[in-house]
Design a binder for this molecule. Structure first.
Ligand code: SAH
Length: 254
C-alpha cells in the first residue's frame, strides 16, 4: 500500500495567511501531526486524529507520521510559516533518506506557506528587494562557530539577512553575540527590523539600527531583518517609515 503524507505550511499566523491549498490538504487528512500550538490553529474536524508533540521532537514526529502514512493513513504534518524553511519538510526528507525503502514509495506532498521573513518584510516596505539570505541562529543543529562564520560572510558580502530562531530558553546569549558580530562589519546606522508574532493579534514591529539594537527585544517568536549598507529608511508624515533595499547597486563595495 502506498500511503499519503502532506507537509503543510500554516503561514505565520492568522487565517489570511493560510492558503486554500493548505486548507484542502488538512481537510483531506485522517491524522494530523505537529507542535501543539500549531495544531491548535487547525480547525477540528470529526474523525480526524491529532498527535501533538513538543517543539524539539521533530525527528520523532517525522518518524511517527511516516509510519502512520506507510500503514495507509492519509497524514498531514503541520509547520508554522513555510514547511521548507527551518521546519518539518527537511525533517521528513531526512527520515525518508534514512528509513526503510517503503517510505520512498509514499506519496509525499509539500504544501508551501508564507514564511516569517516575507510577512515581516511586507509590513515595513521591501527590505528584501535586493540580494538577501536567511540564517537560523540556533546552534542546536550546527556549531555556534559556523553561525559566526556565516554572519561574517553574509555581512561582508553585502546580503540583507533574515535571522530566524534568535533566542530560546536554552539559547539566551546567542542573539546578543550575533549583534556584536555584525557590528564588526556593518555601520551602526544599518537598519534593523524586529518583527514579533507577525500575523497574530499580538504582532509587534519595530525599526531600529544595528548600533541601537537591543538583544532583549527578541524572543522565540521574533524574526529580525538586518539591512545591508544599501538598505534605506524613508520617513513619512504620519506613517511608519519605509525600510527598503533598492533593486540596483552601482558599486561592488555596496
Ligand atoms: N517554518 C517557519 C520558521 C520556523 S523557525 C517559517 O517559515 O516561518 C522558528 C522561527 O521563525 C522563530 O524563532 C522566529 O524567528 C520565526 N517566526 C515564526 N513565526 C513567526 C511570526 N509569526 N512572526 C515572527 N517570526 C516568526
Amino acid at each position: 500500500m502506498s500511503g499519503h503524507l502532506a507537509v503543510v505550511g500554516l503561514g505565520p499566523g492568522g487565517a489570511r495567511y493560510f492558503t486554500p491549498e493548505a486548507d484542502a490538504a488538512l481537510a483531506a487528512a485522517e491524522a494530523l501531526y505537529g507542535y501543539g500550538p500549531y495544531l491548535d490553529r487547525v480547525p477540528e474536524r470529526a474523525g480526524q486524529r491529532r498527535h501533538a508533540s513538543d517543539n524539539r521532537e521533530e525527528r520523532a514526529r517525522a518518524v511517527a507520521a511516516l509510519r502512520d502514512a506507510a500503514a495507509g493513513t492519509r497524514v498531514a504534518v503541520v509547520s508554522g510559516g513555510d514547511p521548507g524553511v527551518f521546519a518539518m519538510a527537511a525533517a521528513v526528507c531526512e527520515q525518508i533518506e534514512a528509513g526503510p525503502e517503503s517510505w520512498r514509495a509514499l506519496d509525499l506532498v509539500i504544501v508551501p506557506g508564507i514564511t516569517a521573513m516575507l510577512a515581516v518584510a511586507a509590513r515595513i516596505g521591501a527590505p528584501l528587494g535586493h540580494d538577501f539570505c536567511a540564517l537560523s541562529l540556533s546552534d542546536n543543529l550546527k556549531p555556534w562557530e559556523l553561525v559566526e562564520q556565516r554572519l561574517d560572510a553574509a555581512a561582508s558580502a553585502g546580503f540583507v539577512m533574515a535571522l530566524y530562531n534568535p533566542v530560546s530558553r536554552a539559547r539566551p546569549w546567542q542573539f546578543g553575540a550575533a549583534i556584536e558580530r555584525l557590528r564588526r562589519h556593518l555601520p551602526g546606522a544599518t537598519p534593523v527590523v524586529f518583527g514579533r508574532a507577525v500575523g497574530r493579534p499580538d504582532e509587534q514591529i519595530s525599526i531600529t539600527t544595528l548600533g541601537a539594537a537591543d538583544a532583549t527585544g527578541a524572543d522565540m517568536a521574533t524574526l529580525i531583518i538586518v539591512g545591508s549598507r544599501a538598505t534605506r529608511v524613508v520617513q513619512r508624515p504620519g506613517r511608519a517609515p519605509l525600510v527598503y533595499t533598492p533593486r540596483a547597486i552601482a558599486e561592488v563595495s555596496a
